[in-house]
Design a protein around this ligand. Structure first.
Ligand code: ADP
Ligand code: F6P
Length: 319
C-alpha cells in the first residue's frame, strides 16, 4: 500500500473533517501517500484529485462540513461510472480508497472493491441508520444541536404555556428524535419505527397541564410525520396553543462534539490499518466502545433494531 485516496460522500456530517484528518495523518505516519478526492464519487469519476499532506488537514478537526466537499452521483451507480472511477484510480496509481459516508456510499465502495480496488467505508451520517455499528460520525453532534434547540424552546414555551413540536432529521431512522427527546425531556417522541396514537399524546398533555405542567415538548422524526400536521392535530384535539419548529439542515452543521471527533479519529486510523493489512470491502464500526472492521456486504445486510426500551423510558420519565 503506497498511495491511497480518501473521499466524503452523501449527506455531510460533523466530524467528517476529523476523519479525513485521521486518514491523512495515519497514512503519512505509515509512509503512505494520500490523495484527497473532491465531491465524492462524482469527483472521482471526473479525476478531481489532489495530493494531501500533514498540513492539508491542519486546523480542521473542529470544523463541521467536509473540506473535501460531498456530492450524490447517479452516474456512479452505473458500470460505466464505476469504470471511469477505476480508470482515474489507475492513472493516479492509487492502491486503496477510504470512503466516508452512509449506506449508499458503502454500496459504491463495495462495487469498487468487487472491481479490484480495495475500499474501506467509515460511517459518516447524522441519521445513525447503519445497523452494524452503535454510532456513526455526526450523530452525537446532531443530537446536541437538537438538544440545544429544545432547551431554548422550553424557555419560550414555558413563558407562553405552549406545546412545542420539534421536527428533527431522520428519514427511516428515529435515533436523533429518540436521543434528543430523551435528553430533552420530551413528553412524546414520534419515530418511524413505532406507531403513535395522537389521542393518547393529547390525553397526556391535558393531564400534565392539569397537574401544573406549564409547557411540553414533542419531538418528531421527519420520516414519521410532519411537525406541522402533528401541531395542528394537537391544537385541534386538545385546545392547547402549539408552535412548530423544523430544525432542518442546522443539524448537519456545526463544530463536531468531542464524541464525534474521537470516533472519527479512531475510525480514520482503523480504516488505514485495514488497507495496510491487505483488507478490502470492509466497513469500520464501534460496539461497546471497541472499534472493529467487518465485511461491507455483511454489514449492509444487518437489520436495524430500534431501542424500544429507551423509547418506553422516555414515556415514563416524562409523566
Ligand atoms: P449516503 O452515503 O449518505 O447513504 P447516498 O445514498 O446518497 O448517501 O449515496 C451516496 C452516493 O453513493 C450516491 O450518490 C451514489 O453515487 C453512490 N451509491 C449509492 N448507492 C449505490 C449503489 N447501489 N451502487 C453504487 N453506488 C452507489
Ligand atoms: O441522511 C442524512 C440526512 O440529513 C437525512 O436526515 C435527511 O433526510 C437528508 O439527509 C437530507 O438530505 P439533503 O442533503 O438532500 O437535503
Amino acid at each position: 500500500m503506497k498511495r491511497i485516496a480518501v473521499l466524503t460522500s452523501g449527506g455531510d456530517a460533523p466530524g467528517m473533517n476529523a476523519a479525513v484528518r485521521a486518514v491523512v495523518r495515519y497514512s503519512v505516519y505509515n509512509n503512505i501517500e494520500v490523495y484527497g478526492v473532491q465531491r465524492g464519487y462524482k469527483g472521482l469519476m471526473e479525476g478531481d484529485l489532489f495530493p494531501m499532506n500533514v498540513s492539508s488537514v491542519g486546523d480542521i478537526i473542529q470544523r463541521g462540513g467536509t473540506i473535501l466537499k460531498t456530492a450524490r452521483s447517479l452516474e456512479f451507480k452505473t458500470d460505466e461510472g464505476q469504470n471511469d472511477a477505476i480508470n482515474v484510480l489507475n492513472v493516479y496509481k492509487i492502491d486503496g480508497l477510504v470512503v466516508i459516508g452512509g449506506d449508499g456510499s458503502f454500496r459504491g465502495a463495495q462495487k469498487l472493491s468487487e472491481k479490484g480496488v480495495p475500499a474501506i467505508g467509515i460511517p459518516g451520517t447524522i441519521d445513525n441508520d447503519l445497523a452494524y455499528t452503535d454510532f456513526s460520525i455526526g450523530f452525537d453532534t446532531a443530537v446536541n444541536t437538537a438538544l440545544d434547540a429544545i432547551s431554548k424552546l422550553r424557555d419560550t414555551s414555558s413563558s407562553h404555556e405552549r406545546v412545542s413540536i420539534v421536527e428533527v432529521m431522520g428519514r427511516n431512522c428515529g435515533d436523533i428524535a429518540l436521543y434528543a427527546g430523551l435528553g430533552g425531556g420530551a413528553e412524546a417522541i414520534i419515530v418511524p419505527e413505532v406507531e403513535y396514537d395522537i389521542d393518547e399524546i393529547c390525553k397526556k398533555l391535558i393531564d400534565s397541564k392539569q397537574r401544573g405542567k406549564t409547557q411540553s415538548i414533542i419531538v418528531v422524526a421527519e420520516g414519521a410525520a410532519s411537525a406541522t400536521t402533528i401541531g395542528a392535530l394537537i391544537s385541534e384535539k386538545s385546545g392547547m396553543d402549539t408552535r412548530t419548529t423544523i430544525l432542518g439542515h442546522i443539524q448537519r452543521g456545526g463544530s463536531p462534539s468531542s464524541l464525534d471527533r474521537i470516533l472519527a479519529s479512531r475510525m480514520g486510523a482503523m480504516a488505514v490499518e485495514c488497507l495496510i493489512s491487505g483488507k478490502k470491502a470492509r466497513v469500520i464500526g464501534i460496539k461497546e466502545n471497541k472499534i472493529f472492521d467487518m465485511d461491507i456486504d455483511e454489514a449492509l445486510k444487518q437489520k436495524r433494531v430500534f431501542d424500544k426500551d429507551m423509547h418506553e423510558l422516555s414515556k415514563i420519565l416524562s409523566i
